[in-house]
Structures are given as C-alpha cells and as structure tokens.
Design a protein. Structure first.
Length: 342
C-alpha cells in the first residue's frame, strides 16, 4: 500500500509565546487552575462537551429536503445548502490518464514518481466509490480519443483505427464507459504541461484543455451532473509558451490545477510523487465523509502553500495552486438519501 505521508521541504516557523517551565508559564497555569476550581464541576462538564464530540455533531450531514435535481443539506443543524444528488453505490468513472515516459525525440524528461501518483489517485477514487480507469502513456491525439470513447462520443460505427476498436471493446467489456446511471465523472490528467492551457502527449504534441470541456460537456449522460477535473502538470516555468485558446467551460465543472498559470509544479526528489497529488489524496481521504469538495480543495491549497522548494540561487519558492468551477451546488462524496429526515 502506498504511503500518503507528506514529504518534502516545509517552512520552519518559530513558536511564539510562553516558554515551557518558565515562571510566567507557571503563574498562568496556576491562575487557570484557580478559575477552573471556582467554576465548579458543571462548568468543567460543559467544557468537556465542547471537545471532539461537539465537532462531530457540528459536521454531521443530514439531507433536510429532496428536490428534483438536488438535495438541501444541513451540517450539524446549520443553515441548509444545496448539494448534488450523488448517492449511487458507484458514482461513476474516474478516468486517470498518466504520462510518465516520453519519446526520445521530444527531449522531455520522464516523470519520475508519476507511478506513485497513479497508484495514490486510483486508491483514492476507488475509496470514494468510483470505478477507476487507468490509461498510461498516451499521445496527444490518443488523449482526445480516449475521452471520446469513455464518454460515448465515439462508437464502433465511427471507428476505422484497429487500436481504437480494440480499446473500446476492452473498456466496454470491463464496464468502464460513462452510463446514464452515473451521478458524476472524474478526470485526472498527469503529464508535462505548458503555459496556455496545454498538457503534452508522450509524442510532445499539445493537447488543449478546452477539449476536455467540449467533449465531456457535450456528454448528455453527464448533463446536470458534477464533472471534476484534476490536472497535474506544469503551466510554465521555463518551457516554451503555447498559444492556447480561451477556455469556455459549460456548467457543472470543477477544475483543479497544481499551480497558477505560468509556473512550474514540483515533485519530491526521491521519486515519491508530486506535491499536489500527495496532498490531494491525503486531504480527501481524511475528510470526504463530512466535507464538500471545494472546502477540501481549499485545504489542499493551504497544505501546498506550506511546502517550499529551493532554487539554484538559494531562493525559496512555494507552489500556488488554482481552481475554477461552474458548479451550481456543493459536492459530497459520502451522502445517501437514506440520511434524509422527515
């Protein structure tokens, strides 16, 4: 089992405040103990009740009302908010496309540690009740065809390439295609990238990210359902600038990038994987039962901001991620209609 322990450089921060064992600390403890004694057992009992158990109650999710296309969800009795209906035993397909080895003539380095990211993401989305479909080392044109095959945009009737026909047969045989019963869709793309909304195929050719929104957005089986896209690729940082098109995103999309446009994404030097994939898997595994997707991704961003890398000149730099979404409701991965109350 792949370990999700956080690795890498972390900024050291001094702890401010009273020093353990100092006279001022002893006086503070004495005064605090005296206040606790004056308030008596009842106050102490109330203090204990405000601990972890109170936090558990606050975060407990309940479906207050079932609407036609969404739920009204309450966290610990708080104000209800809208959430997508996602209560299938298997939510749908999590398509993981990972390029780790590139053709020699491209002069692109292999992505050491990419296999760790693949394994971690597959484990994560299987835990989140998706059927993980893993496609490895695709050329740019193959990325586009794979998306079309999985979302039903390519049928046997429109195929002439034997490799595409075989791939479609294999995916169908293993029930790895989007279906009307799915309540959501996940896409992870890991490769080298360039500025301008581009990831690279193993042939060095550009796959424009706007094609994801066109292909997946046109899939009628995913209409009005959340479509989550996670990109692990550099978006600049010394590679040639690409002339990417302006991205038009249809409704119900959530896209998460490991870094802001124009900047590189970091991996640990021990080939244990990328910072982004590690933190994404760590946070979602820990919090998916009671926390919505956007809140979890914000926590991923916070963890990434606490990581540091040192450049050749000794300057410390951090990784600033980015997210975009056209979601209409919140996304919860572990919410069943059986949790509704009358």
């Amino acid at each position: 089992m792949y370990s999700l322990d956080v690795q890498g450089l972390v900024e050291a921060r001094p702890i401010q405040g009273l020093v353990e064992g100092s006279p001022s600390e002893a006086r503070r403890r004495s005064a605090s103990e005296a206040r606790r004694r004056r308030k008596g057992p009842a106050s102490e009992a109330r203090r204990r009740r405000k601990g972890p158990a109170s936090e558990t109650r606050r975060r407990h999710l309940t479906i207050k009302e079932v609407k036609k296309d969404h739920w009204m969800v309450s966290a610990g009795g708080g104000r209800p908010h809208k959430a997508y209906k996602m209560d299938k035993d298997i939510h749908g397909i999590a398509l993981i496309i990972s390029n780790t080895e590139f053709e020699e003539e491209t002069r692109l380095n292999d992505r050491d540690g990419g296999d760790k990211d693949e394994q971690a993401l597959q484990e994560l989305f299987e835990m989140l009740h998706y059927k993980a479909v893993h496609l490895k080392n695709l050329k740019a044109a193959q990325i586009e065809r794979a998306l079309k095959i999985v979302t039903g945009d390519l049928s046997f009737a429109g195929l002439t390439n034997h490799a595409d026909i075989k791939k479609l047969e294999n995916l169908k045989a293993n029930d790895c295609l989007v279906s009307p019963e799915n309540d959501s869709f996940v896409l992870c793309v890991m490769s080298h990238g360039q500025e301008g909304e581009v990831v690279l195929g193993t042939d060095g050719e550009k796959f424009q990210l706007h094609k994801i929104y066109q292909i997946v957005g046109d899939c009628k089986m995913l209409s009005n359902k959340p479509k989550m896209v996670f990109i692990q690729a550099c978006r600049g940082g010394g590679v040639p600038q690409a002339d990417g098109d302006r991205v038009e995103k249809p409704a119900d999309f959530f896209t998460s990038f490991p870094t802001f446009t124009g900047h590189a994404a970091f991996r640990d030097g021990d080939s244990s994987g990328s910072w982004y994939a590690k933190d994404l898997c760590s946070v979602l595994k820990e919090s998916y039962i009671t926390t919505d997707l956007e809140s979890m991704v914000k926590e991923v961003h916070n963890k990434l901001r606490d990581r540091w890398s040192t450049e050749g000149d000794g300057k410390k730099v951090c990784q600033v991620p980015e997210k975009r979404d056209t979601l209409r409701f919140n996304v919860y991965f572990q919410l069943k209609e059986s949790q509704s109350i009358s």
